[in-house]
Design a protein around this ligand. Sequence first.
Ligand code: ATP
Ligand code: MG
Length: 444
Amino acid sequence: MYISKSFIPILKNNPSEAKIKSHQLMLRAGMIKQSSAGVYSWLPLGFKVMKKIEKIVRDEQNKIGVQEILMPTIQSSEIWKESGRYEDYGEEMLRIKDRQNREMLYGPTNEELVTDIFRSSIKSYKSLPQLLYHIQWKFRDEIRPRFGIMRCREFYMKDAYSFDISDEEAFFSYNKFFLSYLKTFKRLDLTAIPMAADTGPIGGNLSHEFIILAETGESKIFTDKRIFNLNTDDTKLEKNSLASMRNKYEQYYSVTDEKFDRKEFEEKVSVENRLITKGIEVGHIFYFGDKYSKSMNASVDLPGGKKDFVKMGSYGIGVSRLVGAIIEAKYDEKTEVMKWPISIAPYDIAIIPMINKNDITALEKSNKIFKELEKNDIEAIIDDTEENYSSKIKKMNLIGVPYQIIIGKKTDNDLLEFKEVGRESQKLKLIDIIKLISEQKVRN
Ligand code: ATP
Ligand code: MG
């Protein structure tokens, strides 16, 4: 991609409405454009990043055996009346009437719809467990949309649902998602900590929020620092291994303010291990048993001939919120440098030729390099404008491409000036640059 041909509408200054760095950067780098309060269009750069996040989220869901479906954004009010949530959900739900005067709504979540799909087809315990997910736009008429796409009204979410025969089996499903979430966030280069959480309008009694640390986060968190040293490396996708993995995390006190109990915190966590800070919720998992299956009559035949309501859980990841959350975690406000993890960077590398009006050799060299990179599945962006060096570098630091090749008049064909953002530049052959980046991409 050439900058001159791209649709990346960069702003020179911080828009006054943006109060946190991710919102500022997304507007300045031309990633999104607000269309109405809490509703955004995704421009090429933002869309590319979001789609790469979505791909990783999808991949990790598939790995634990969840099946992908796609449910509509618009739902009928009937099923919500069955569960009793049509009234309970309140003003966050956007209610719509069609031309026949039927009550419809723009889905804020999908427990009812997926339960309806399940009950119409699955009748026997033999078909369990069923794990289903989709990645779809949601609408919640948030009272105070703010921080750009972090708390907006229309947002992109992965939501999964599990259906099991017993509590024991349902906890197995829950733990699969628990593991899958830790792996997903790790691939996004984030440390997301699972925290015991309240269940809110979704209902139920077992729930974890996955939170990344950030000063601008809206969740207040109280945690034992030792939780950061845990990993899931030796966890297998089987019952005991998963249960002991979750135990490992739950042994450390780690909650959001809704569940905070000072006495318990001070008893369980020594002074030097206490961490009280703020964070951003990027995922949330719930177990709520038969809350929906009972009210909506979703039951299966059991081995002995009896029937029982299925035990359900639901599992959300804020795919669009993650774009902002990753910026909060990675953007350095002091140096004004953003560096996307290679796994989701909009471009793998930037080629920055220093172009003089009458001399296009730098651009020609850049084109050759571009083609060579492309052959090796490395996506580059070339700044082919005639701006000066420092403004080109500033631009790339805003876009957040993790690697750069700088092409000057004196660049010979063999050794290139190569820079990993945030590190010293070095002279490397193109073949070694390709090797280095390809290795980084594989690792992710
Ligand atoms: P919050 O406490 O932030 O309102 P929630 O508990 O209402 O979140 P869930 O219903 O669990 O959210 O939704 C799953 C995920 O969807 C959340 O973890 C979050 O990442 C994302 N999400 C929820 N509300 C919004 C929103 N208004 N804008 C963007 N993303 C959101
Ligand atoms: Mg909410």
